[in-house]
Design a protein around this ligand. Structure first.
Ligand code: ADP
Ligand code: MG
Length: 870
């Protein structure tokens, strides 16, 4: 990242020291502490100045060394920005005091990195991941650590699942061993470069053997076998964490096994297509986006929001666990008073998980302890909330931390400083006798000084004798020139100013020493007591983590209950059955955002009779909405939420695949059609009997015949050729298409059912009813949409004309007339009906016609034309 120190530059002592540390941390910005500032030099200075938006200056004008720096107290303000930009920062502190002869010693005390940084305040949940390719190319050993909560998951997963997991949690850093050549990585690993946050790829030194030896003790406590393939990845994460924080990793207390099939598999495209949760990065900025997360989020705490995000992105496959979550929600739906009471209490809860993590890695502040204290205060209130089972059981599981709570109340001041010794005190005087007596010394200083001054005024015979303090001389006495005559002999002259002289006395010097000492003692004692209290809290880290998890659970459940009550959700019946039946389902996000209309509920039925639904209908009729609704309701149901429907029974879905819309993906350098086919290939290769496959307008990105043939073949494959369907049950498929021709599959394949979006043709023209009905659409409406888009009239006229011919005669056999001749012919053929149409056209007030209305008029005219023709 940084140029080394240029050749030929004279190496002064501080520069030598700088160079030594910079060489140890070549991949990081070196924040070199100089007095009250952190300074960056050379290339680091240029980067720092650009990213932090601070001035680029230079040190030592002669040598012209580029320099940029920030005041030390502003560090935490800038760190967030640096790690967000994917940078790593090595903090190089001054150790000890300068003695004026040799330069002060410095040492790197911490490396702040995108995957390990836990900011003071933030909604963000950071993750650090490690990936080790296994012998088999299709599987990866993965470890994922939440930096906030210390939750570590590790296991081996099929590559596709590992990638989907990483894409859901967008780790700030992904570690992988540098002894792996990129061509030996499974092809899918290349996808890392495409992850939403493009995480910084930091290559681990080939440390595999060291990992092995360092492992045993920790592994035992995690209950993981030494030869478990996930061990390498898990250890890589822990090792990286402790080596960047320079401390033992104490908050990672459990290792949660990561297994394929624990959660519903939602690949990256599906997460995006269904808009499940906003990007990790965007979450701080964008409120009220159109994601499912935002739609369901009424959480009051960061713990709750983390839980909700996790539930949405990783719905469950375990039936009893799903039912339990649903019942949790049910408890609160039925008792609104308890729900209100719970949410009020939660509003006052602080982020205990983040606080615990920060304290564990040594970056915690008094306020982090304060966060724990404030939250513990609420526990008695929480425990006495009237709650029914199974939620009551959760309240009982809240660990009893009365002792810690008492200790924190006793020890800590009510208002706490951002850092020890910054402004106000941290530890109460009443907590420690020694601290109290030093504080007394310090506080009695004022009184003593006033009395002493009075005494010396008498001695000096001058009422104008004053006392003062400066950093160089400490306390002094000051007298104007006129009073110098009577200065007593025990006054020692220190400084001569224009009109005054300054003195010290033995007594004053003694006082000065006492003051300096008391300040030092207070700082030392506070630091020591703080350390002890932190230790005290960390000693029950397991309980605190459990508390964080339970609060997250309660908050998430309360949020879901709150939304369920407000919007009339029902509890879906999730079962082992294969069938899927939703009555009166609504799109959870759209139903809350439709401003001028109410959402039209629709059914979804997938069973033996209709395993593959082919949905046709005009554009804007609601096809895509219906497809997404079906997928979202399954995700919600298995996340444990209630859903917007009249009733629903949902046979477990193990994977949801979506191929929606044709969107260009220029960032990834793929053409629309290529992306479409890549995603479709992924679906066809990974589909199972329990999957739900949502295909929206597949084949749109290429020519009609191409596209239709591909769509046709895909449907056949899903229906009877894929592995899943050969094993007995094919996947459940919802297929929206503008290829009207595909509706003929209903007659050819058992289990294929045609549905269409209802359109009503009233006197005022065509109306979209947004209603799904069990029959194919009458026809497709592509040209009307072309008109909406503003294609020239000549093109539209000609397109209509050609369509007519193709539909009547078939493409191969049709004789296609020249446009002009045809037009002449038509003119001669004009009938009274045609005249009426022309009149209607001439009468249209185009300036005041909405696109929607235009489309309706067009439909109507088309119908009239057809009638006129026959
Ligand atoms: P299509 O995929 O058929 O072109 P969309 O699903 O994109 O249509 O829907 C177009 C618009 O129609 C939506 O943005 C929404 O405003 C409206 N819409 C769709 N479904 C419904 C519904 N069930 N109830 C009310 N409005 C709907
Ligand atoms: Mg659509």
């Amino acid at each position: 990242m940084s140029e080394s120190i240029p050749e030929g530059l004279k190496i002064t002592p501080w520069l030598a020291q700088y160079k030594e540390w910079k060489e140890k941390y070549p991949d990081a910005l070196l924040f070199f502490r100089m007095g009250d500032f952190y300074e960056c030099f050379f290339d680091d200075a240029r980067t720092a100045s650009a990213v932090m938006d601070i001035a680029l200056t230079s040190r030592d004008s002669e040598k012209n060394i580029p320099m940029a720096g920030i005041p030390h107290h502003a560090l935490s303000m800038y760190l967030g920005r640096l790690v967000k930009a994917g940078l790593r920062v090595a903090i190089c502190e001054q150790i000890g005091e300068s003695n004026g002869r040799t330069i002060v010693e410095r040492r790197v005390v911490r490396v702040v990195t995108p995957g390990t940084y836990v900011p003071e305040e933030s909604e963000n949940t950071g993750h650090l991941a490690a990936v080790l390719p296994l012998g088999k190319r299709s599987r990866l050993s993965v470890a994922l650590l939440s930096t906030e909560t210390g939750r570590l998951e590790a296991g081996t997963l099929p590559s596709a699942e590992a990638i989907a997991l990483l894409s859901a949690f967008a780790p700030g850093e992904v570690l992988y061993p540098s002894n792996v050549k990129s061509e030996n990585l499974p092809p899918s690993v290349r996808v890392f470069a495409l992850l939403p946050q493009s995480p910084e790829l930091f290559r681990l030194p080939a440390a595999a053997s060291r990992l092995k030896t360092a492992l045993s003790s920790k592994l035992e406590s995690y209950g993981v076998a030494e030869d478990d393939p996930c061990v390498g990845a898990a250890w890589a994460v822990l090792d990286y964490l402790s080596s960047t924080q320079f401390s033992a990793v104490r908050h990672v207390l459990r290792l949660i096994p990561l297994k394929s099939g624990n959660h519903m598999y939602l690949d990256e495209a599906t997460q995006r297509n269904l808009d499940l949760a906003p990007d990790v990065d965007a979450r701080d900025l964008v409120r009220g986006d159109a994601s499912l997360f935002s739609c369901l989020n009424r959480c009051r705490t960061p713990m709750g929001r983390r839980t909700l995000r996790e539930w949405i992105l990783r719905p469950l496959l375990d039936l009893p666990a799903i039912v339990k979550r649903q019942d949790y929600v049910g408890c609160l739906v039925e008792t609104p008073a308890t729900l209100d009471g719970l949410q009020d209490l939660l509003s006052a809860c602080r982020d205990v998980e983040r606080a615990l993590s920060r304290l564990s890695i040594g970056t915690g502040t008094p306020r982090d302890l304060g966060a724990i204290r404030d939250t513990l205060r609420l526990l008695p209130g929480l425990r006495t909330l009237p709650m029914t089972e199974p939620l009551a059981e959760t309240l009982r599981a809240l660990p009893d931390m009365g002792d810690l709570s008492d200790d924190l109340e006793d020890a800590l001041e009510e208002d706490l400083p951002r850092a020890l010794g910054a402004g106000c005190p941290t530890v109460r005087s009443a907590f420690d006798g020694e601290l109290a007596s030093w504080r007394e010394v310090s506080e009695s200083g004022e009184t003593w000084l006033a009395g002493y001054l009075e005494k010396e005024r008498v001695a000096a015979g001058s009422s104008r004798l004053k006392s003062g303090y400066n950093r160089v001389f400490g306390y002094y006495l000051e007298i104007g020139r006129s009073g110098l005559e009577t200065v007593p002999p025990h006054f020692e002259r220190r400084q001569t100013l224009a009109n005054t002289e300054r003195f010290v006395t033995p007594e004053l010097r003694e006082f000065q020493d006492k003051m300096v000492r008391s300040e030092g003692e207070i700082a030392r004692l506070e630091a020591e007591l703080f350390r002890q209290i932190v230790e005290r809290a960390l000693s029950i880290g397991m309980d605190l983590q459990l508390l964080g998890r339970l609060l997250g659970l309660l908050d998430c459940v309360a949020s879901l209950a709150c939304v369920a009550r407000e919007r009339g959700y029902v509890k879906p019946e999730v079962s082992e059955s294969w069938n899927l039946k939703i009555r009166g389902g609504r799109h959870p996000v759209l139903e809350t955002t439709l401003s001028d209309a109410t959402f039209v509920p629709n059914d979804v039925t997938l069973d033996e009779e209709s395993r593959v639904v082919v949905l046709t209908g005009p554009n804007m009729a609601g096809k895509s909405t219906w497809l997404r609704m079906a997928a979202l309701l399954c995700v919600m149901a298995q996340a444990g939420s209630w859903i917007p429907a009249e009733s629903a029974s949902i046979g477990l879905v193990d994977r949801v695949f979506t191929r929606i819309g044709a969107h260009d993906d220029l960032v990834r350098g793929n053409s629309t059609f290529m992306v479409e086919m890549l995603e479709t290939a992924d679906i066809l290769n990974n589909v199972t009997s329990r999957s739900l496959v949502i295909l929206d307008e597949v084949g749109r990105g290429t020519s009609t015949w191409d596209g239709m043939s591909i769509a046709w073949a895909i449907l056949e494959y899903l229906h009877h050729d894929c592995e899943a369907s050969q094993g007995g049950t094919p996947p459940r498929v919802l297929f929206a298409t503008h290829y009207h021709e595909l509706t003929c599959l209903e007659d050819r394949l058992k289990g294929v059912k045609n549905y269409s979006m209802a359109v009503s043709e009233g006197s005022g023209g065509i109306l979209f009813l947004h209603q799904v009905t069990p029959r194919p659409a009458d026809r497709s409406y592509g040209i009307e949409v072309a008109r909406l888009a503003g294609l020239p009239k000549t093109v539209l006229r000609r397109a209509f004309e050609l369509l007519e011919i193709f539909e009547r005669e078939g493409f191969e056999r049709s004789s296609i007339p020249d446009p002009l001749t045809r037009l002449h012919e038509q003119l001669t053929l004009f009938s009274p009906e045609a005249d009426a149409i022309i009149e209607e056209l001439a009468g249209l007030d185009l300036d005041n016609l909405t696109p929607m209305r235009a489309l309706e008029v067009l439909y109507k005219l088309k119908v009239k034309c057809l009638k006129a023709r026959h």
